[in-house]
Design a binder for this molecule. Sequence first.
Ligand code: FES
Length: 81
Amino acid sequence: MIVVEVCVGSSCFLRGSEGVVKAFQSLIEEKCPGQAVLKGSFCMGQCTTGVTVRIQDRYFSCVTPQDVSALFEKYILPNVR
Ligand code: FES
């Protein structure tokens, strides 16, 4: 099971983490339901470069909803097939 955590701390929330969550959610439901789990996370300590996302043990900064598709294709999809 791939674990995807999106920071929903106050700074990342203001930077649009809700849209990032929705984008991951719809891709997971569409392409690999039940094989990846999406979680909200408290502050990951990288507020100045939010939205912060963690996929397994890897951190990503400045993530926007537009970035989600590329992250999904590169770091999630290859690991669920
Ligand atoms: S609020 Fe997201 S890293 Fe701090």
